[in-house]
Design a protein around this ligand. Structure first.
Ligand SMILES: [Zn+2]
Length: 483
């Protein structure tokens, strides 16, 4: 290693997780490559450190207790009582968002979003599935959205049992409490894009609240950059006895469900299987965890959700929106979807004593810092294209983001990584241009992407070229995507 390459190595190792350190070192031993790596530092954002550690465990504890006290929040439970059932629960959540809004001069638009569902396996008779939505409108780009969600409803062993006590403390009062607390923290700030706090209904009966919200967003033309679905963020003790409060999981799907045959054919020759916008959203959040959330490492999982199980980010993914699930690493199955009981000395049920409030606050901090960073950043670039076959250099081009809604744009940054590396490894800020060439970086050997960067250093997620990686509707999607 020459002295000239050493500073580059030091900069890169700060960016990389320790697990990829060995890989980076071996890459840098290639002199030809080092000369062009030019990895740049990120701007360390004081505000994100503050936001990431602002959520209070005591607030989350209080809100989970309040939700548990409604006895059951089953989707089919009674709605008239003020003290029991899902009606009382959603009215309390709405009032809580309104209280938060009152304290920031009315900065949140709070409303119910509902639809009557019937003739479904788990909702045979007509029931109003009612979610609570709160929107903090963006200052310059209000049509661009990031969403944090948790679920109102709970269940016990029999998914149709709507009368038994069903505390749902971790599943998923923890997600709703985290969403409320993130709103308390972030409502103290103003952002470029809009932030949505959603307490979604009907999850256990078939992901209905998420579907209703995703359909409405599509109809209204929301430009959704990411959905952060929080489902069970408070359990630190696995059913196998493992106790761990320093890791979390981010589930992110691969190729989009509505990828066309033409797009799939093109992807076969260009790549993109591991670079859906959901995956690059997950990498973004993983990076936020490394940089801003003390004592937390996230595991990005290349899967839609847990094996054959589901969550409320899926209805958004179904429509092509980037979305991921954030949750604890170690699940305790005796505490999920169980009748409250003791059997053979084993206690079952999702009670509040199974929730670690500090851990839930930590994952809330991860959400809040990610939402803030995404919303302060410019819009992700669209129309990203790449070329360079049989050339020693790689060229990327993209559409300039809208200047009116992104007045704080500084320019764009190219990222690249080895094709089997989990996280982006190299980057180069290229200025306020719409095309850039990486000299002597061979297209065959890396994956590439582009992020937009604000004057104060906030970055959008990295957008992989083509339809496979597009965050927002791709202006060149089929049939011209073959170019
Ligand atoms: Zn559940």
């Amino acid at each position: 290693m020459t002295t000239a390459t050493l500073p580059t190595l030091q900069r890169q190792t700060r960016m990389l997780k320790t697990t990829t350190f060995a890989l980076a070192t071996s890459v840098l031993s290639s002199v030809a490559f080092t000369a062009h790596a030019n990895t740049e530092e990120f701007t360390d954002q004081a505000a994100l450190h503050t936001i990431a550690t602002a959520p209070q465990a005591s607030h989350i504890q209080k809100d989970i207790q309040t939700l548990v006290n409604f006895g059951t929040r089953h989707t089919l439970s009674e709605t008239e009582s003020e003290t029991r059932g899902i009606g009382a629960a959603r009215r309390w959540i709405k009032a809580e968002f309104e209280k938060i809004s009152a304290e920031c001069g009315g900065c949140l638009d709070v409303y119910y979003q509902s639809e009557t569902i019937s003739d479904e396996a788990r909702i045979p008779d007509p029931v109003d599935v009612v979610s609570v939505i709160a929107i903090q409108r963006g200052q310059t780009d209000p049509g661009r959205y990031v969403i944090m969600s948790g679920d109102i409803d709970s269940r016990v062993s029999d998914v149709m049992d709507f009368t038994s006590d069903s505390p749902g403390a971790n599943d998923n009062a923890s997600g709703v409490a985290g969403t409320l607390e993130a709103a308390r923290v972030l409502s103290q700030y103003k952002f470029n894009g809009s932030i949505v706090y959603a307490a979604l209904a009907g999850e256990e009966q078939g992901l209905f609240g998420g579907k209703i919200m995703a359909d409405a967003a599509q109809k209204e033309g929301w430009r959704i950059v990411g959905v952060l679905n929080n489902d069970m963020i408070g359990n630190i003790e696995g059913v196998n006895g493992v106790i761990n409060n320093t890791t979390a999981r981010i589930f992110a799907e691969g190729t989009r469900m509505q990828e066309t045959e033409d797009e799939a054919r093109l992807r076969r020759f260009t790549g993109g299987e591991v670079d859906s916008p959901s995956r690059n959203l997950a990498r973004y959040i993983d990076w936020i965890a490394d940089r801003y959330v003390p004592n937390l490492d996230t595991m990005v999982i290349y899967r839609l959700d847990r094996f054959r199980r589901g969550g409320h980010h899926r209805p958004f993914n179904d429509l092509g929106y980037p979305g991921i699930r954030i949750m604890e690493t170690n699940e305790h199955y005796d505490r999920q979807h169980q009748d409250l009981r003791t059997e053979n000395g084993v206690t079952y049920g999702d009670t509040i004593d199974g929730v670690d409030f500090d851990y839930a606050a930590k994952l809330t901090g991860l959400n809040a810092a990610s939402l803030a960073s995404l919303s302060w950043a410019p819009s992700p670039p669209t129309g990203v294209r790449i070329s360079g076959a049989v050339k020693p250099s790689t060229t990327l081009n993209w559409n300039a983001v809208d200047a009116a809604t992104n007045p704080h744009l500084k320019g764009y940054k190219i990222y690249w990584r080895l094709t089997d590396a989990p996280q982006w490894q190299f980057s180069k800020f290229v200025g306020n241009v719409t095309e850039a060439m990486l000299e002597n970086v061979v297209i065959d050997n890396y994956f590439f992407g582009v992020a937009s960067v604000s004057e104060d250093g906030y970055e959008s997620p990295v957008v992989f070229p083509g339809a496979a990686g597009a965050f927002l509707p791709d202006p060149y999607a089929e049939p011209s995507s073959k170019r």
